[in-house]
Ligand binder design. Structure first.
Ligand code: PLP
Length: 461
């Protein structure tokens, strides 16, 4: 029996559904918030209540929730060629066109594109590519991949291993072998007292080099990183971080992989996050805003050097034995092509870059609030971190669930944000207007005030 009315959507959900990233016990008591429609930056629930979707769903709905051109692109492709694959020398017109367009817009010269259906599949593909590459080069020991604490790279077995968050490993017997995690470049949280941001960046680089030395450089194959860490808390690295990290990777012949699954396609104020932070990757993974999230598709781009090695090896052993039934799915490719066309025609990235300072300032206005320790972000991605003590940066006891409480207050006030612990994330559709940013700030302010009152009532502040 559920606490929900008879045959309601809530009761049917609880009776039938295992949700991703959800406490199943809590879900049985609480039930789902069921969305049934979308309109611009708003989603509308089964009661007709409107929510400003300040997370673009899951950092992805870049064109909002009602772009008819994408629906039309999907429909027309479904009529023309609903499915064909790309295995064993087969191809489609739309997948070829999309590969060309991605290469033309890549942040650094890239040679070839491999299509996948999600960010996790992209990063699993990257792991296999890196291993294949080093086997091909006759370096069977050079297999370890370094990612970062609080990095997020997905949930499949290899990509979850890359992810540097405890909940993605716990009770799943992860990470697998050959995955290492180095420091998270979050100065506010991990800087030593009195340490400048520049010195902190130097320490991050020294720590990485020490790890490489400890493990032996001839065992380290690659370093994977999001330009701006997303699900780990929206962490923008110090300005000189990549200038210090990249020479170390070059010195030890370690490939750099940019996970652009969130940052790609205008999110950080440039077409790619790599440009924003100064990364020059050998391999790049992307997904989400590639299709404005209207169809599942992702892509891995590889440099000429990486491609040539894989190419020669596939010639030698007979195949590159990897691929998904839906790699380059025509409907997803058609939606992605229309998405890229809309980005160009409407200068969506330019609009996002113009809105960025407004959103960052709107959120930074809350820095004076007694609960707000840090407001961080770049472009149209940001986080507001709630703390128990602003002077010492002391966090609240995680058991209090301050961030999740604020998220629920947000629902009451008609805004969807995401709590990553006590860091509240914002990643609205790139089409958000100035007025909608103000509205987002106001609704967040109401949720913050409720949260403060709740903590006060319990004597926590
Ligand atoms: C940076 C990054 N990489 C990979 C992924 C995994 O993508 P997916 O959920 O499509 O598998 C995500 C998802 O949020 C992400 O943020």
């Amino acid at each position: 029996m559920t606490p929900f009315g008879g045959n309601s959507l809530q009761a049917r959900d609880v009776a039938s559904f295992i949700h991703p990233y959800t406490n199943m016990v809590a879900h049985e008591a609480q039930g789902p918030l069921v969305m049934t429609r979308g309109e611009g930056v708003f989603v509308i629930d089964d009661d007709g209540k409107r929510y400003l979707e300040a997370m673009g769903g899951l950092w992805c709905a870049s064109l909002g929730f009602s772009e008819r051109r994408l629906a039309e692109a999907a429909y027309q492709q479904m009529l023309k060629l609903p499915f064909y694959h790309t295995f064993a020398h087969k191809s489609t017109d739309v997948s070829i066109e999309l590969a060309e367009q991605l290469l033309a817009m890549a942040p650094v010269p890239m040679s070839k594109v491999f299509f996948v259906n999600s960010g996790s599949e992209a990063n699993d593909t990257v792991v296999k590519f890196v291993w294949y590459y080093n086997n091909a080069l006759g370096r069977p020991a050079k297999k370890k991949i370094i990612s970062r604490i609080k990095g997020y790279h997905g949930v499949t077995v290899a990509s979850a291993s890359l992810t540097g968050l405890p909940n993605n490993h716990r009770d799943f017997d992860l990470p697998i072998a050959n995955i290492l995690h180095t420091d998270c470049p979050h100065w506010y949280r991990f800087g030593h007292p009195g340490e400048s941001e520049e010195d902190f960046a130097t320490r991050m680089a020294e720590s990485l080099e020490a790890l490489i030395q400890r493990e032996r450089p001839d065992t380290i194959a690659a370093f994977i990183a999001e330009p701006v860490q997303g699900a780990g808390g929206v962490i923008v690295p110090p300005a000189t971080y990549w200038a210090k990290i990249q020479p170390i990777l070059k010195k030890y012949d370690i490939l750099l992989i940019a996970d652009e699954v969130i940052c790609g396609f205008g999110r950080t104020g440039n077409p790619w996050g790599s440009t924003t932070v100064g990364m020059e990757p050998d391999i790049l993974s992307c997904a989400k805003a590639l299709s404005a999230a209207y169809a599942p598709i992702g892509a891995v781009m590889v440099s000429e050097r990486v491609y040539q090695v894989a190419r020669d090896n596939s010639g030698k052993i007979g195949t590159f034995g990897h691929g998904y039934t839906y790699s380059g799915h025509p409907m997803s490719c058609a939606v992605a092509l229309e998405t890229l066309k809309i980005y160009r025609e409407r200068d969506t990235f330019g609009h996002a870059a113009a809105m960025a300072p407004i959103m960052q300032a709107t959120l930074r206005a809350y820095l004076d609030h007694p609960l707000v320790g840090e407001v961080r972000g770049v472009g149209l991605v940001a986080a507001v971190e709630l703390v128990a003590d602003k002077a010492t940066h002391q966090s609240f006891d995680a058991k209090l669930g301050v961030g999740p409480y604020l998220m629920k207050c947000g629902h009451q006030h008609g805004i969807v944000v995401r709590a990553m612990g006590d860091a509240i994330a914002f990643c609205p559709p790139l089409i958000i207007s100035e007025e909608e940013i103000q509205e987002m700030g106001q609704r967040f302010g109401l949720a913050l005030a409720d949260t403060y009152q709740w903590l006060k009532d319990q004597g926590h502040v």
